[in-house]
Design a protein around this ligand. Structure first.
Ligand code: AMP
Length: 504
């Protein structure tokens, strides 16, 4: 069996409906059960009578019901917002405030601290949260159905909701099913949190092909033995992750094809893929394919792809991000015509229709090029031998451990704390890799160091996901300024490093 995203039907491709469809962190189900549960949840969604375009939050972390909830939303033309448990409650409340979402499909067994009433659906064993004042507001004004809103870090201090339509998903799937080289035999190791589209890549691939999805919770990943045993026992064939995630395991002597023979493809996306990572993998998994994919959330999961062969590893110290997907154009907008690199602009049907309710940013980042939607990525790139190479960014957005972070968002959130007058956040890098995030703060009034850090700790854990919490917070009396009257971030870093050096 598989799911046809165009006709929105489950279709039989074999008699193997007893084949495993999802191995959740809590339960395993076969394709027949996936179909049954999706139809049951679709019926519940229809009964609730959600207005067209009203976004429904799906909350949880690697439960088997989460991908079912996604599929039921797609099946019933319901807009959804995936939220992983890694988001603290204040961020969830902010997302509710921004989108006006008044319904949560809670796949976890955790009761959320939100003023929504709780309804348990006994057939599906699912918690639904409703706002008691649930109004039937109509959000949707576009023809192409808005399928999901995925929240990503936003420089103003509020997360930005990237809106992706059904047609964009179909454009992505046309490419994926044709060119990625996966089949119904594939077993996808799904590890990235559901609030990032790296994880949606596996879900769409697996459901559209009739494959198997093995959900791997952060608890499982923490214990290398348990994680490797899961890969082995489910015969995982596709490893999808950011390169940083794979890097955590490269040094383990049992991370090789002798111990985990089922892995046929390493599918990397989300951040720069270092040449050295591929070098190590080519030795430990001799016959596995390594795919490098690139793309921002604003252009439906990924936009370019290339298989990293031995020849490519040997030829390019900085690896290519690949060839653009069919029907998509990558423009390089150079400042001067003699420049090699410029800003990477994506043009195509898989580009988002814009951020949710965010006209200022939409004007800055999105435009129409030759009748198609276009997105200014902020990535600096160039073409060589028909392939695109990405060499960094033209702004303050960084990736740390594969997570996308706007440094200004951290500063703005810190400034919401009553003790803080001003804050600047910088990323300490070695080459292109972010090693540490440091926030420099000016206090409103003097406060004992211990009390300050205790209060900030509680505040930051309530407001920011763990991966955005600065590795260090440094109290300064004032910020240094450069000749163009901008905060001199280089000087802040220099002072910080000097201090660290003196303390050792
Ligand atoms: P996200 O929206 O979280 O997928 O992050 C998108 C950003 O991650 C891009 O704009 C790039 O800055 C970076 N990125 C994603 N994939 C790659 C890649 N393969 N190589 C280099 N940078 C990447």
């Amino acid at each position: 069996m598989k799911y046809n995203f165009k006709t929105k039907q489950f279709t039989e491709i074999d008699v193997l409906s007893k084949k495993l469809s999802i191995a959740g962190s809590d339960k395993d189900i076969d394709w027949e059960t996936l179909k049954l549960k999706t139809e049951q949840l679709t019926a519940v969604i229809h009964k609730i009578d959600i207005p067209k375009g009203h976004p429904v939050i799906i909350y949880g972390h690697k439960e088997y019901l989460f991908p079912i909830a996604i599929l039921a939303c797609i099946h019933s033309n319901t807009t959804y917002i995936p939220i992983d448990k890694i988001y603290p409650i204040e961020r969830i409340k902010k997302i509710i405030e921004i989108t006006g979402s008044q319904i949560i499909i809670n796949c976890s067994n955790e009761i959320l601290d939100i003023k929504f009433s709780v309804n348990i659906d006994s057939t599906l064993n699912l918690i639904f949260n409703f706002n008691p004042d649930y109004s039937k507001k109509i959000h949707e004004t576009i023809e192409d159905h808005l399928q999901y809103i995925m929240f990503t870090s936003g420089s103003t201090g509020e997360p930005k909701g990237v809106q992706i339509t059904q047609n964009s998903i179909l454009t992505f799937l046309d490419w994926a099913n044709k060119d990625f080289g996966f089949t119904a035999e594939d077993v996808f190791m799904n590890q990235a949190p559901f609030s990032f589209d790296v994880s949606l890549c596996d879900i769409l691939n697996s459901f559209s092909l009739g494959g198997t999805l093995v959900l791997t919770s952060s608890e499982i990943v923490k214990d290398k033995e348990v994680f490797f045993n899961r890969l082995i026992s489910y015969n995982c064939s596709v490893w999808t992750s950011t390169p940083s995630f794979a890097y955590l395991f490269l040094r383990h002597s049992d991370f090789n094809s002798g111990n985990i023979p089922s892995i046929k493809t390493f599918f990397f996306m989300g951040e720069d893929l270092p040449n050295r990572t591929c070098n190590i993998l080519k030795k430990s998994f001799k016959n596995a394919r390594i795919l490098n994919a690139y793309g921002p959330t604003e252009a439906t999961i990924i936009t370019t792809l290339v298989e990293i062969t031995d020849a490519i590893i040997n030829q390019y110290p900085v690896l290519p991000i690949g060839y653009p997907m069919p029907e998509c154009k990558i423009l390089i907008k150079k400042i001067n015509s003699e420049d090699k690199e410029g800003e990477l602009v994506i043009v195509g049907d898989h580009v988002s229709i814009g951020y949710f309710n965010n006209n200022d940013f939409n004007k800055q980042k999105f435009f129409i090029h030759e009748g198609k939607r276009a997105f200014r990525t902020g990535d600096l790139a160039y073409y060589e031998n028909d392939m695109v190479f990405c060499i960094g960014r033209n702004d303050d957005q960084v990736k740390m451990h594969g997570f996308r972070i706007e440094l200004n968002e951290i500063s703005n959130i810190i400034c919401e704390n009553e003790l803080i007058l001003d804050a600047v956040t910088i990323a300490l890098k070695r080459n292109t890799e972010v090693k540490k995030i440091i926030s420099f703060v000016i206090l409103k009034d003097f406060i004992e160091r211990e009390i300050l850090f205790e209060q900030l700790d509680v505040f930051l854990n309530r407001t920011l996901p763990y991966y955005m919490i600065p590795g260090d917070i440094v109290v300064v009396k004032s910020f240094p300024y450069n000749s163009s009257h901008k905060i001199d971030k280089n000087k802040l870093v220099d002072n910080y490093l000097k201090q660290q050096f003196n303390n050792t």
